[in-house]
Design a protein around this ligand. Structure first.
Ligand SMILES: [Zn+2]
Length: 61
């Protein structure tokens, strides 16, 4: 089952949807997207935000 993360679920005004087969892969895509499109360097994201991102990941049914 694919996993999906929608940027807008994180409270951002952004239509980006990311899909991957695992949470680990999805977090990598999210980090790339954050850096490229939101100017947020992945290494600077605090653990509390990472937890929020993980909580926003949904199984695509
Ligand atoms: Zn975004």
């Amino acid at each position: 089952m694919a996993k999906v993360l929608r940027c807008r679920d994180l409270g951002l005004n952004c239509p980006k949807e990311m899909r991957a087969e695992s949470e680990e892969e999805l977090m990598k895509l999210a980090a790339q997207h954050a850096e490229q499109d939101h100017g947020i360097a992945a290494g600077t994201i605090p653990p509390s935000i990472l937890a929020m991102v993980k909580a926003a990941i949904k199984d695509e049914g």
